[in-house]
Design a binder for this molecule. Structure first.
Ligand SMILES: *[C@@H]1O[C@H](CO)[C@@H](O)[C@H](O)[C@H]1NC(C)=O
Ligand SMILES: *[C@@H]1O[C@H](CO)[C@@H](O)[C@H](O)[C@H]1NC(C)=O
Ligand SMILES: *[C@@H]1O[C@H](CO)[C@@H](O)[C@H](O)[C@H]1NC(C)=O
Ligand SMILES: *[C@@H]1O[C@H](CO)[C@@H](O)[C@H](O)[C@H]1NC(C)=O
Ligand SMILES: *[C@@H]1O[C@H](CO)[C@@H](O)[C@H](O)[C@H]1NC(C)=O
Ligand SMILES: *[C@@H]1O[C@H](CO)[C@@H](O)[C@H](O)[C@H]1NC(C)=O
Ligand SMILES: *[C@@H]1O[C@H](CO)[C@@H](O)[C@H](O)[C@H]1NC(C)=O
Ligand SMILES: *[C@@H]1O[C@H](CO)[C@@H](O)[C@H](O)[C@H]1NC(C)=O
Ligand SMILES: *[C@@H]1O[C@H](CO)[C@@H](O)[C@H](O)[C@H]1NC(C)=O
Length: 329
């Protein structure tokens, strides 16, 4: 999705060229900063269009605001550039969206200078080799609606301060090496948060009970070391569509959990879940379900999609039975 978005944005930049070619829009301070960034990356081929003799609003991977003509987007993706995130990036005060995506040779830590980019709405640093902790100063970027630090080499625990981002609708910290528990402050996450991905880390402890009051669309916490109950995330009037909690150490009774009509994916495989499958699951006409490798028992409810699913969606439980598993005794 990121790649597609970036392609579209780049294309729009190119298409809008002819309309402006008669006048130079580029702000000269922004141009100096971009040339500094190019230099910091050792003048890579990928930034060859960043020619000081041309209008910087026409350069590849950047965009200028229509009114202010200031650089508001920088999307560097799949670029053969090496080195660290240049602190000079923070000298583009009008940036609203900053992306470093799929850059294998991007290393080092997230520079503190980024905290000056207070207009940022979207920050993506993903599929890179940046390491070190997730800095707590990111909480100063109060305008953020989307923060994506997935698929990196980040370690340490999740900074409690991130809960102060009250406009966040998406938070992705998945596929790093994060440890510790989900911070207590996350019990009071922004009610606007719809997409939460913390999967493929080494997070331990329990899921905050207060999340029962949030309205997630997607929540993916698979492949961590989480314990305890998550049943409070569900309920009739929720809007949750995708819930993946597979490969944790969750322990709760599934028997009386009510699932919202919006649910389309429920992956609970490899936990320690007890009880039986609730009858309510039979109402879904479309549902990806995997409850394998738990401690469930009793008859698989009849109806909806439940009998059409592969038996591996149910296998390795204590005593689940009935189609598509063998008959109950
Ligand atoms: C990464 O850096 C190495 C060594 O400098 C270089 O050989 C390689 O081509 C770079 N790869 C990418 C995708 O930038
Ligand atoms: C990346 O850039 C380096 C140095 O600029 C070059 O040696 C290498 O061949 C490039 N790698 C790729 C995959 O383009
Ligand atoms: C990180 O670097 C290693 C080797 O230096 C490379 O194999 C790996 O693909 C890189 N990871 C990412 C997400 O770019
Ligand atoms: C959010 O961005 C606006 C401009 O888009 C800016 O005026 C404001 O100061 C920013 N808010 C914060 C808290 O930094
Ligand atoms: C959050 O978003 C609302 C509405 O989109 C906006 O009015 C408000 O200024 C934003 N808050 C911050 C801290 O940027
Ligand atoms: C990833 O981080 C670890 C420290 O947490 C470090 O030892 C390792 O070299 C890093 N890997 C890369 C490819 O940067
Ligand atoms: C959701 O349902 C519960 C119990 O049925 C009710 O107490 C609560 O007010 C409802 N919340 C909303 C936002 O509708
Ligand atoms: C979740 O949001 C939907 C609409 O977006 C609303 O109808 C529902 O009552 C909300 N539920 C809770 C528990 O906040
Ligand atoms: C369910 O999960 C188990 C364990 O990861 C896997 O072996 C099985 O193929 C999955 N089945 C389906 C239908 O996804």
């Amino acid at each position: 999705m990121n790649t597609a978005l970036v392609c579209i944005l780049s294309l729009l930049t190119i298409l809008s060229q002819p309309f402006y070619s008669h006048s130079v829009r580029c702000n000269s301070d922004d141009k100096k900063v971009l040339l500094k960034i190019k230099q910091a990356f050792n003048n890579p081929y990928h930034l060859a269009s960043w020619n000081p003799d041309t209008d910087c609003c026409s350069w590849y991977v950047v965009e200028c605001d229509r009114n202010t003509n200031r650089i508001n987007n920088l999307h560097l993706f799949a670029a053969n550039v090496s080195g660290q995130i240049p602190p000079a990036v923070a000298e583009l005060p009008y940036l609203e969206s900053l992306t470093f995506h799929k850059i294998t040779n991007l290393t080092g830590t997230i520079p503190p200078a980024l905290s000056r980019l207070t207009r940022l709405k979207m920050l993506t640093i993903s599929w890179t080799n940046i390491s070190g902790p997730i800095p707590s100063f990111l909480a100063e970027l109060k305008n953020l609606t989307f923060l994506d630090l997935s698929f990196n080499n980040l370690s340490g625990s999740i900074p409690p301060s991130l809960a102060r981002l009250r406009n966040l609708s998406g938070l992705r910290l998945d596929r790093n090496k994060l440890t510790g528990s989900i911070p207590e402050s996350f019990g009071d996450l922004s009610p606007s948060l719809q997409y939460l991905y913390l999967s493929h880390n080494q997070l331990s402890g329990t899921v905050p009970r207060a999340w029962g009051g949030l309205n997630f669309t997607s929540i993916e916490l698979q492949r961590n070391r989480l314990e305890g109950d998550i049943s409070f995330l569900f309920g009739k009037n929720k809007t949750i569509q995708i819930a993946d909690f597979s490969r944790n150490m969750l322990l709760f009774d599934l028997s009386n959990v009510e699932f919202p009509d919006s649910l389309s994916t429920l992956d609970l495989n490899h936990n320690r879940i007890t009880g039986s499958l609730p009858e309510g699951l039979a109402k879904f006409d479309f549902l990806f379900l995997n409850v394998s490798y738990n401690r469930l028992c009793g008859r698989i409810p009849v109806g909806g999609r439940l009998q059409t699913l592969d038996y591996t969606s149910y296998f390795h439980n204590k005593c689940l039975c009935g189609a598509p598993l063998p008959d109950c005794k």
